[in-house]
Design a protein around this ligand. Sequence first.
Ligand code: ZN
Length: 472
Amino acid sequence: MMKNLIFVLVFIMSGIFAVSAQTVAFTNVNVIPMDKERVLQNQTVLIKDGVISEIGTKVKIPKDAQIINAKGKYLIPGLVDMHTHLLSDGDDYPDSIAEDELRVMVANGVTTIRFMIGTPEQLVLRAKSAKGEIIAPIIYSASPHLTGREQGNNFVVNTPEEAREAVRKSKAAGYDFIKVTTFIKAEVYEAAVDEAAKQNIRVVGHADSRFVGVERALKARQQIEHLDGYLEMILKTDAPMKGSISDLYISNPKNWESLDYVDESKIPALARATVEANPFVNPTQHFMKNSFGLPRSEESIRAQPDFKFYPKTVQENWFNFYKKARFINEVPAEKRARWVEIRNKIIKAIYDAGGKIMTGSDTPEFLFLYGFSMHRELKALADAGLSNYAALEAATKNPSMFFGTLEKVGTIEKGRRADLILLDANPLENISNTERRSGVMLKGKYYTQTEMNRWLDEIAPRIAGSHIEKKP
Ligand SMILES: [Zn+2]
């Protein structure tokens, strides 16, 4: 009897622990609900047990509620980063910094993430986050990546049976998606896709144009990252090269000449084919643009607020990479700007064809850190020609649709999980207003930006200082 009672109590308490039990009321707030493009002015939004319980102008506020006077401010859903990694995924940082890393995301308004190369540690973090044991976004984790060559955190798959085995193991381990990257032979890829269908798990990731290609990936209804393989699809038939500027092809200066053979009239049909096969597209445009497209001065990178999270050796390594990389130094700036322009046109065409663009940072490489980079991705999508509303959809509603959780989260409506951001200004007027935050609500618990900025100040030296320096 006693044992049962304790069990029941623990059960109830663990349930409460996962979300904030407190009632919170945002008052006088302008709500951007994201169900359609509109602003509901001067609302009261009531949150109970981590869920939005009421929205309106005549909401009765319980006496014990925590009141957040949000006069003149704007409430949007929390942001989703569909493509991220952790510094601690690799051997250069200890696993112990992972919780700090996740907090950096929350402090930037990121309330859901998808890890794109799985590790066993991520599954532990996913469980801890779901139980509310750590301050962290809701986590999805794709599998260790399937690849044709050893690259770390991977399954090397060179036969159909190896691919099937990797898919079965990933499913059994509890990963949410199967991640594919590069050097996978066509028949091996086909086997992975077939096995994934049998195991009821979706395939996401790269579409290596040399082996798999966009046509095959679309036929498999794969969700494609980075627009991999798309440039190759719009080359004129008489182009002297097959490789263009996607995936690992980027690093060969010769391939940049392919931009002279782009046939833009092929873009609309490619966009339609994409939407028909799988409308969810995650271009990681800021990452692509800023790593390989636009010339970035050292000063501009040093001035970024995320710069201080990287230790000196890592900062210097990336600056050296930029200085030495042939494809960055030998390819003229106009050509690289042209590449960004074509990518923008593809993104816009997919959107116009009815595609569901999603936001992904592909951090933390190249001195761009998760959290901070999300806002730059929103800006990059707006620069590609999406409206500010469409850019916000890419970070809120569209990922929820992809995950199949739109009934639970992703818009501001009664019954939705209270993952919210309170902004000082309207992001529909200027998308960069997502950087002007008063605070973030995570599963019903509100953190002021002032408080979270203190976390960031403490965390930055901790992460930078934890770097495991290798002996030369
Ligand atoms: Zn990635």
